[in-house]
Design a protein around this ligand. Structure first.
Ligand code: TRP
Length: 376
């Protein structure tokens, strides 16, 4: 009989079954973020980010080592990325917000990889021109968050191939087909672009070390489905003379419909940063909530924020203040507030936030060249 573990599949290219995070952490050989580690975060950063306080980032690899090195005077650099299969949504913003906090607090370099190559080889419907278009559009969202241009390096795979390729083949030489087949669930019908790609995703985790000519620890905040790439990379990189990158895992971000996660290729699953106010309103009005069958029942029994996509949007982006979020939760659970009112609050906050973001996003069009990695 298949166990739960067998039915739960979490790879960068497939997420299936009921997600049990404790099991996943064990299966992947990672570690839960515990109170002691949170203390070290707080001590060094001066404050604990709400995404850490709320357990959105919940698991890690080697962060104790990162803090040990930091205490010895050897700070880290940051790396993460995004597969440009469409416009940026709230889930991606969560990652940007957290990385921005890390850069602000630790004043470290940040490499951001836009994988137009990956999304091209994985999606038969998309042309390379389209994935490259979205790479540049997604870059605007990152820049709009206020990252520091002199410390932030945006990599677009198809455009920075000259810098990445000599490092990627050094990685690729150490990875067998049987490893990627087992790690990503590939079969004989996957194309060889897909098989090779993981070596490209490994490269930014050593790129800063290569550029400065000494080994620098790397910290990668990511959603846990991306872990597979770095399980492979962490095995290989020490064999070619580099540190394995440390990882901070976040949970999946629930989509606006029941049971799904936010997906850039499904416009109804999330609010996107380019959505105009009318679309934001429509999507949030139609969103799945933890409400009851009718108002009377909900007044009596209360709603359930644990399964509510509106509550998730507050938690992730629109309500960083714990006291405000606590009040929403209390009013929901007690039945004092119904979903209509709650959605109204969310629509107002989202519209205000995204209207500002959209202005900064347009201003970013002139700044993109300042942020693109300068090839050596
Ligand atoms: N493969 C990722 C995606 O599809 C993009 C990516 C590249 C990434 N490098 C990364 C994500 C590092 C997290 C961390 O979204």
């Amino acid at each position: 009989m298949p166990s739960d573990e067998d039915s739960m599949v979490v790879t960068p290219y497939e997420v299936k079954g009921d997600i049990d995070y404790d099991k996943l952490v064990k299966q992947f050989g990672a570690e839960l973020i515990d109170a002691a580690l949170l203390k070290r975060f707080e001590k060094h950063a001066g404050e604990l980010h709400y995404l850490l306080r709320r357990g959105v980032y919940f698991s890690h690899r080697d962060m104790k080592w990162v803090f040990d090195e930091l205490e010895k005077g050897n700070p880290f650099f940051l790396y993460n990325g995004r597969g440009p299969s469409g416009h940026t949504h709230i889930g991606h913003l969560t990652q940007f917000i957290f990385t921005k906090y890390m850069q602000d607090k630790f004043q470290v370099p940040f490499y951001f990889q836009l994988t137009d190559d990956e999304k091209f080889v994985h999606n038969f419907e998309m042309t390379l021109e389209q994935t490259n278009f979205f790479a540049r559009e997604n870059a605007l969202d990152l820049i709009a968050m206020g990252f520091e241009p002199d410390k932030t390096h945006i990599i677009i795979d198809s455009e920075h191939a000259g810098t990445l390729y000599p490092l990627a083949i050094r990685v690729a030489k150490r990875i067998t087909f049987s490893t990627v087949r087992a790690t990503f669930g590939f079969t004989n019908s996957h194309n060889i672009g897909q098989i090779f790609y993981t070596s490209f995703q490994a490269v930014p985790s050593i790129l800063h070390s290569v550029r400065v000519g000494r080994n620098v620890p790397c910290v990668i905040p990511l959603a846990i489905d991306q872990d597979a790439h770095f399980r492979v990379a962490r095995d290989v990189l020490p064999k070619i003379g580099y540190f394995s990158p440390a990882i901070l895992h976040s949970k999946f971000l629930p989509g606006l419909q029941q049971g799904g996660k936010m997906s850039a290729s499904d416009p109804e699953s999330a609010v996107f940063t380019v959505d105009p106010p009318k679309v934001i309103e429509k999507k949030l009005r139609n969103a799945f909530t933890g409400g009851r069958g009718n108002a009377a029942e909900q007044r009596k029994l209360g709603g359930n924020p644990d399964i509510c996509s509106i509550f998730a949007n507050y938690q992730l982006v629109f309500m960083p203040e714990d006291d405000k979020l606590g009040e929403i939760e209390r009013r929901c659970r007690s039945g004092e507030m119904l979903c209509g009112e709650c959605k109204g609050i969310c629509i107002e906050l989202a519209t205000e936030y995204l209207t500002k973001h959209q202005e900064r996003r347009e201003e970013a069009r002139d700044k993109i060249e300042d942020f693109l990695l300068k090839d050596p």
